[in-house]
Ligand binder design. Structure first.
Ligand SMILES: Nc1ncnc2c1ncn2[C@@H]1O[C@H](COP(=O)(O)OP(=O)(O)OP(=O)(O)O)[C@@H](O)[C@H]1O
Ligand code: NI
Length: 310
């Protein structure tokens, strides 16, 4: 049985920049559940990492957040992360929510061995695991503990990143493109490790561009376009019968879909109206713009245009 662990309720993130206010995430509703791997996909710059960063309390300080980010724990009170201060985050990060970055090299200190840093993380989190057990769990030899970060191959570094994330037995794991630098074998191995973490009870959010790998490795998918979710549902159902034109176009751009790139360019996020703008990229029949709404059908949802013909 799956239980909701983390709920995003109308998450809206705005980032002020010299070029204007970036609409980085708008009205994002998403529930992460125990034991499931949830994919978050969409074109580059659509806001996926911002959603992941919001869940992990890692947004830039200038960002403003509206809407709810709620962490649930059976038998305990909900934690409202959208209002959490530094003290709450110190208790939560690593222990209840962990982040797996794209490259482990970005957060490891070059001057200390992997084992040293993993031992320090375990002490800090009061982990019940030893560094050796964590390395074994992600398929690394115990001898890797003695290596320095620059001595790790890309695949080893990514496994090490997962070992660090597993140290605190987090309820939620956010992995931001963990396979983007890996060959197919290492990609497969990394996705299996995320599946194992979910099987052990975590809710995993996998931000990914490798759509072809998702049906085999994820339970649910959320498709994002220009800061908004346009479609969510079980991965197999969405791949078999995509409802939103954006999802259809993303799938058609894959080798398995015939390699048809999406025409046009993604919009600039500093100048967005209060509606889904995919119809501007790919005009819908008989529709020239206007508000959208989310239609819910069982365990699937799709953003529809009010007044569109189809
Ligand atoms: N620190 C920041 N300051 C200003 N703008 C930012 C910042 N971080 C992200 N953005 C902007 O927010 C928008 C969403 O970015 P985000 O990194 O979430 O996209 P993404 O979907 O993860 O893209 P990619 O697939 O390339 O990683 C982009 O327009 C980006 O330029
Ligand atoms: Ni990103």
């Amino acid at each position: 049985m799956t239980t909701p662990v983390l709920t995003l309720d109308g998450l809206t993130v705005r980032i002020p920049t010299a070029a204007g206010t970036v609409h980085a995430a708008t009205d994002v509703d998403l529930t992460l559940t125990t034991g499931q791997v949830h994919a978050l996909v969409g074109e580059s710059g659509c806001g996926k990492s911002v959603v992941g960063a919001a869940i992990c309390g890692l947004l830039p300080t200038a960002a403003t957040v509206h809407g709810g980010i709620t962490l649930h724990h059976p038998g305990s009170v909900d934690v409202h992360l959208d209002r959490a201060g530094a003290r709450t985050w110190r208790k939560i990060r690593g222990r209840r929510i962990a982040w797996i970055p794209q490259s482990a090299a970005t957060y490891l200190t070059p001057v200390r061995s992997v084992g040293d840093q993993l031992a320090e993380t375990c002490r800090h989190l009061r982990s019940t695991h030893t560094p050796a057990a964590l390395l074994t769990r992600v398929g690394l030899e115990p001898a890797v503990a003695g290596l320095y970060p620059h001595e790790l191959s890309g695949g080893m570094a990514q496994r090490a990143a997962i070992a660090f994330a597993l140290a605190g037995d987090p309820q939620v794991i956010v992995a931001d493109e963990p396979t983007s630098n890996l060959d197919p074998d290492l990609t497969e191995h990394t996705l299996q490790l995320l599946r194992a973490a979910a099987d052990a009870g975590a809710a995993v959010l996998l931000i990914s561009h490798d759509l072809d790998t998702l049906p085999d490795h994820t339970d649910r998918i959320a498709v994002m376009y220009a800061s908004r979710l346009v479609e969510t549902g079980p991965t197999a159902a969405v791949f078999a019968d995509p409802w939103h034109p954006c999802t259809r176009d993303l799938l058609a751009a894959l080798p398995s879909g015939g390699l048809h790139p999406i025409p046009g360019m993604p919009p600039t996020l500093t100048d967005l109206p209060n509606e889904c703008v995919y119809h501007r990229r790919r005009p819908a029949p008989g529709f020239s713009g206007g508000p959208t709404y989310i239609a819910q059908h069982g365990d699937r949802s799709v953003r529809r245009l009010i007044g569109a013909v189809s």
